[in-house]
Design a protein around this ligand. Structure first.
Ligand code: PRX
Length: 635
């Protein structure tokens, strides 16, 4: 069907118009012709943003793994599904064919069943980027268990919070992980986390680094012997279209992380369709997304989207700097990668290295370059375009979120003319709106506002696990009948969108969403700390870095500030993970507050960014005098 694969700009506009005028017909056609259903839907879409409630393909029954694996067996059985590139370049890459993936997923699914996991149970996956990660995700989906993958860089406290929030019965982990020259004791982190979790009955442990670890009898089980005895056939569980497929946590500006719930049919249809178009994937291409499966990018565009299209998807265990900063390019050459998808922070880090590391490798197979996770600045865009794409591979700057499930605003390569720093046009079926601060929609072009979406799309998150009210408050209460993204954006004279950044208290550091509140809570646990406030400031590699203003309890505190700074970062590492460490910590006597006691972050942000020319009227503050003091002592 022509609609499935957009090939030129006229066609984009034509298909886009159809997707907006007749969304139900449009998505029905896509769903009908490209997927395997055990039962078709009774109703394509029902929705009500005031509740909010959204249902796609109601009445349909399916299993996403039949779509990602089984239906490819006849024609692509011997094709590589997952191409695993280990941390150490001397270790051989592993090509897992669709046939082998079928067997391994089914064996794993049988192990899960044998261990008492049933449809609807939550399973926490805390694994490095090894094949078992993708396989365990698919094994959960095979039997209808809800996976909750936690990025293996999170600390034990962050892990236990997530395990408890969704009441996981099982944790799947490994004896450890490789990260460049280092090894990490993942199982030790799990053990610590489980001191605070009573819901977990079983821990399955994959062997990766062959370390000598502690196995708690009755709870911990080595994975391999169980797999060795499991059958490689496991009937796929019949899932309703709106049955939850997974939970994935994302930071909020306040409170606990939010467990975004994604459901089965709509998520499958949309991630598959966007993958095909945003990367122009062709049958024998090798596609590589450098994200971790612990984030939404990995869920949608390493696992589900590519496999639903029968693609070859590369999974890389390591880091861009090991053994040297040429590793990404070495892998592109080695596996003849055609589509390469990464984050601006990685591009900026690599751009700082000598060009000879790029030029050493043959990158001529590259056709499409992707960017995701944060705004890509002009310099990084040009470096990527000139040196990696050699000005012939379009850059697809894909804007989306954990909550949206799939790409929302993006150029379609070879179709949409690109423009540096612009995510360009809404994807098929997506109806963005820019709103002013009074809740009025800004019509026409050359406007700047808050980015919302007016109409449901198939892969939107349906709720926050265990807290539907918070889902409503966070996303559907700022503007009437709209999904609010939390981002600001502008629309240029031709209707292209440029994302300008978060408008709430989420800060994106190296492409990771960090809420200020949980970090402040962690800092405030330090016995010497009375109060703290975190803001972001520009950083040439990370995009943003964190700046902390900290009030100490005892004004006469004589302890060495350098030590205190280390201790504060240590607490943050324990509570959240090293990604949330502060780059700068300023000790201060006070924080600027409104008369109602709210911290004026706008002022703190400006000071941290070194832009004090226009702080606005500070005279209405409760304590205007602290502003000058903070400015005088800025780091
Ligand atoms: O602020 C936007 C930014 O990342 C946020 C979503 O983060 P997360 O849920 O972790 O998902 C990241 C991967 C999809 C957004 O609200 N963001 C993501 N992509 C872009 C972006 N900002 C600008 N340009 C992008 N391409």
């Amino acid at each position: 069907m022509s609609n499935y694969h957009i090939k030129h700009l006229e066609e984009y506009y034509q298909v886009y118009r159809k997707s907006v005028r007749e969304p139900e017909n449009f998505w029905e056609e896509v769903a009908e012709e490209h997927f395997m259903w055990q039962r078709k839907w009774d109703n394509v879409l029902s929705w009500d943003f005031t509740k909010p409630e959204v249902k796609w393909f109601e009445g349909a029954q399916l299993n996403i793994t039949e779509n990602c694996i089984d239906r490819h067996l006849a024609t692509r059985g011997d094709k590589t599904a997952i191409l695993f590139e280990p941390n150490d370049p001397k270790e051989a890459a592993e090509h897992i064919t669709y046939k082998q993936l079928y067997e391994r997923v089914n064996q794993f699914a049988n192990v899960l069943k044998e261990q008492g996991i049933k449809k609807g149970d939550r399973v926490c996956i805390y694994l490095p980027m090894i094949p078992e990660l993708a396989i365990s995700v698919l094994a959960c989906a095979r039997i209808g268990a809800i996976h909750s993958v936690v990025f293996a860089g999170f600390s034990s406290t962050a892990l236990s919070t997530r395990i408890n929030d969704s009441d996981c019965k099982m944790v799947i982990t490994s004896d450890g992980s490789y990260r460049g020259a280092k090894t990490i004791d993942l199982k030790g982190i799990v053990d610590e986390a489980l001191n605070d979790c009573t819901c977990v009955e079983t821990v399955l442990v994959a062997k990766r680094i062959n370390s000598d670890i502690n196995m708690k009898s009755g709870r911990d089980k080595w994975l391999q012997p169980l797999l060795d005895h499991a059958s490689s056939d496991c009937e796929a569980e019949l899932m309703d279209a709106e049955d939850p497929l997974f939970i994935l946590y994302t930071s909020g500006s306040t409170g606990q992380p939010k467990g975004m719930v994604h459901t089965t049919a709509g998520y499958m249809v949309y991630t598959a369709y966007t993958f095909k178009n945003a990367f122009q994937y062709k049958e024998n291409d090798v596609y590589w997304c450098t994200a971790d499966i612990g984030w939404i990018t990995g869920h949608s565009y390493i696992v589900y989207g590519p496999l639903a299209n029968g693609a070859t998807t590369v999974m890389f265990e390591g880091v861009p700097s090991y053994p040297d900063f040429g590793r990404f390019w070495e892998i592109v050459e080695k596996h003849k990668v055609n589509q390469f998808y990464t984050a601006p922070t990685a591009i900026r880090a690599l751009a700082k290295q000598g060009l000879e590391l790029v030029e050493k490798y043959d990158l001529s197979t590259l056709k499409v370059l992707g960017s995701v996770g944060e705004p890509i600045n002009e310099e990084a865009w040009h470096w990527y375009n000139d040196n990696v794409g050699k000005k012939k591979s379009p850059i697809v700057d894909t804007w989306w979120q954990t909550e949206t499930g799939g790409v929302m605003i993006t150029p379609i390569p070879f179709v949409t003319p690109t423009k540096p720093t612009y995510a360009t046009l809404p994807f098929i079926g997506i109806q963005p709106a820019l709103m002013d601060e009074n809740g009025k929609e800004l019509k026409g072009n050359q406007v700047d506002g808050r980015l919302c979406v007016k109409f449901p799309w198939p892969s939107m998150a349906r709720t926050i696990w265990g807290n539907h009210q918070r889902y409503k408050d966070t996303y559907f209460s700022a503007y009437e009948n709209m999904y609010f993204t939390g981002d600001g954006a502008l629309r240029d004279e031709v209707g292209y969108y440029r994302i300008t950044g978060r408008v709430d208290d989420v800060i994106i550091v190296s492409g990771h969403n960090l809420g200020t509140a949980p970090i402040e809570d962690a800092i405030n646990e330090h016995p010497a700390v009375a109060e703290s406030a975190i803001v972001g400031f520009p950083h040439d590699v990370k995009g943003n870095a964190l700046y902390g203003y900290v009030i100490l309890k005892d004004v006469g505190e004589t302890r060495d500030h350098a030590n205190l700074r280390n201790e504060i970062n240590q607490i943050i590492t324990e509570h959240i993970g090293p990604i949330a460490k502060l780059d700068k910590i300023q000790f201060t006597q006070g924080l600027p507050k409104t008369r109602s006691g709210k911290i004026m972050r706008r002022i703190l942000r400006k000071i941290a960014q070194g832009d004090t020319s226009n702080l606005g009227d500070t005279s209405t503050l409760l304590n205007p005098e602290v502003v000058q003091d903070i400015m005088d002592n800025v780091l």
